[in-house]
Design a protein around this ligand. Structure first.
Ligand SMILES: Nc1ncnc2c1ncn2[C@@H]1O[C@H](COP(=O)(O)OP(=O)(O)O)[C@@H](O)[C@H]1O
Ligand SMILES: [Mg+2]
Length: 400
C-alpha cells in the first residue's frame, strides 16, 4: 500500500516520461515548422516592393521554405493574424498607411506568442529599446540586412523553446490535477469500503453472536444443576462476549460511528480520549465550535488527518502531553494539534519519503485547505489544519 503511494507521488514530482514524448503532438498554438521541408509562414509589414524583395531574398538564405505575405495596412494586418497566425512577423517601423508601433501592439494582443522583429531603415536606440520593452523580439536595420538570418533563426528557436516549456508545464499541471482527482477518488472509495465493512461486521457478526448468546442461555436452562455443562456454557458465554467486544472495536476502528452520528467534534473528542487511554499521553482538548455536522467527506478528511497526526505522535514524538484545539476563525475551521515531544524538523516536513504528511496535505488540499507542520527541537510539533467551511466537497468525491 505504502509502496504504491510512493510511486504515485514520485511521478507527480517529476515530469512524467511520456510527457516529453507526446508534447509535440498536442500543439494548440501556432507551431514552428518542425522540419526544413515545411514552409515558414512570415507576415511582412512593408510598403516598399523593393524592400520586400530584398527581405525575401535574405530570408531564403535561412535555407527554409518561405511563405511570405506582405501587407501595408492595419486592416490587412489584423485580417491576416485572425485568418492564420504566422510563425514570424517582420515589420517596418514607419509606413505611409500604418506604423510598426501599432503593428506590435496588435500582434501582442492577437498573437502574443509569435516573434516580432522590426526590419527598418532607421531606428533610434531609444525607440529600439522601447519597442523591445513593448514585446518586440529583435530589430534589424535594412542597412545590415545580412543580420536578418541569424535574428530570425534565434527568434524561432526561442519561441519554440518557450512553447515547449509552456506545453510541458501544462502537461505537468494536467497530470497533477489528474493525480489529485485520482487520490480523492481512491480516498472516497476507501472510506466507503471501510464504512460498508464496518457496518456488516457490526450488524451481521454482532447479530449472529448475540443469537448464540441467547441460545446458550436457553441451554443453560436445560442443563440446570448439571455442573460440567454449566461450566462449559459459562466459558463459551465469556468468549462470545469478548468476541462481540472485539467486533465492536474493529468496526469502530474501520469507521467510527460517532463521526456519522454525532459529527466531527464528537469524533475528535472520542478519538482523543481513546488515544489518552491507550498511550497514557495526556490529551487536552479545547473545542470551540457550535456547528457539529458538516458534509460527510469534509468531516472525514479532518478526522483522518487528526488520526494520522495522533499516530505520528505515538510513533515519532516521545511526547508526554498533547493539546488539541478545534475552533472557527472567520469562514475557516481550524484544528491544531500540539505535542511536547522532540519536534519535527524542516527536513522531515519536506522529505519526499514523508508519505503520511503528503497524504494529510493532499486531503487538506482536496477540502480546499492547507495543513502546516512545524517543530522546534525539544519543544514539540504543531500540526495546523485550516479548511474553509464553504468548500465545495465535490472534489473529495468521485472522479467525474
Ligand atoms: N509529531 C511528530 N514529532 C516528531 N517527528 C514527527 C512527528 N510527526 C512526524 N514526524 C517525522 O516526520 C516523518 C514523516 O512522517 P510521516 O510522513 O507520517 O511518515 P511515517 O509516519 O510513515 O514515518 C516521520 O518519519 C517523523 O520522523
Ligand atoms: Mg505517519
Amino acid at each position: 500500500m505504502k509502496h504504491g503511494k510512493k510511486t504515485i507521488v514520485r511521478r507527480s514530482r517529476n515530469v512524467p516520461a511520456p510527457l516529453a514524448a507526446t508534447a509535440q503532438s498536442t500543439v494548440t498554438k501556432p507551431p514552428a515548422p518542425a522540419s526544413s521541408t515545411e514552409s515558414l509562414r512570415i507576415l511582412l509589414v512593408e510598403d516598399s516592393a523593393m524592400d520586400v524583395a530584398l527581405i525575401e531574398h535574405q530570408l531564403r538564405a535561412t535555407g527554409r521554405k518561405i511563405a511570405l505575405t506582405s501587407i501595408e495596412t492595419r486592416a490587412r494586418f489584423e485580417a491576416e493574424l485572425n485568418r492564420q497566425p504566422p510563425h514570424l512577423i517582420l515589420s517596418d517601423y514607419s509606413l505611409p498607411a500604418f506604423d510598426g508601433k501599432s503593428a506590435l501592439e496588435i500582434a501582442k494582443r492577437l498573437t502574443p506568442d509569435v516573434p516580432f522583429i522590426f526590419v527598418t531603415g532607421t531606428m533610434g536606440e531609444e525607440v529600439a529599446i522601447d519597442m523591445l520593452k513593448q514585446g518586440a523580439t529583435d530589430y534589424v536595420l535594412k542597412s545590415r540586412l545580412s543580420r536578418l538570418t541569424s535574428a530570425v533563426n534565434r527568434a524561432l528557436a526561442e519561441s519554440a523553446q518557450r512553447r515547449e516549456h509552456e506545453q510541458a508545464e501544462e502537461k505537468l499541471q494536467r497530470s497533477h490535477d489528474q493525480l489529485r482527482a485520482l487520490t480523492g477518488h481512491l480516498q472516497f472509495v476507501r472510506e466507503e469500503e471501510r464504512t460498508r465493512i464496518a457496518r456488516e461486521v457490526h450488524d451481521e457478526l454482532g447479530q449472529a453472536l448475540t443469537g448464540l448468546r441467547l441460545d446458550l442461555s436457553w441451554l443453560s436452562g436445560k442443563f440446570h444443576g448439571a455442573r460440567a455443562p454449566q461450566r462449559k456454557i459459562k466459558t463459551m458465554s465469556a468468549q462470545i462476549d469478548a468476541t462481540i467486544q472485539a467486533i465492536r472495536r474493529i468496526a469502530t476502528e474501520l469507521r467510527p460511528g460517532v463521526l456519522d452520528n454525532l459529527g466531527l467534534a464528537a469524533a475528535i473528542e472520542w478519538q482523543a480520549a481513546e488515544f489518552q487511554e491507550r498511550t497514557g499521553i495526556r490529551c487536552e482538548l479545547k473545542i470551540e465550535i457550535t456547528e457539529t455536522m458538516w458534509e460527510r467527506e469534509f468531516s472525514t478528511a479532518c478526522f483522518r488527518i487528526f488520526q494520522e497526526t495522533l499516530t505520528n505522535i505515538i510513533r515519532h514524538s516521545h511526547a508526554t502531553q498533547v493539546a488539541v484545539c478545534l475552533f472557527q476563525e472567520g469562514q475557516d475551521l481550524l484544528l491544531t494539534v500540539h505535542d511536547n515531544g522532540r519536534g519535527i524538523t524542516a527536513k522531515e516536513v519536506t522529505h519526499a519519503g514523508s508519505i503520511g504528511l503528503m497524504g494529510m496535505t493532499e486531503r487538506a488540499a482536496q477540502a480546499g485547505g492547507t495543513v502546516r507542520f512545524s517543530g522546534a527541537p525539544g519543544k514539540g510539533t504543531t500540526v495546523t489544519l485550516r479548511v474553509p467551511l464553504a468548500t465545495t466537497i465535490a472534489s473529495l468525491r468521485k472522479v467525474s
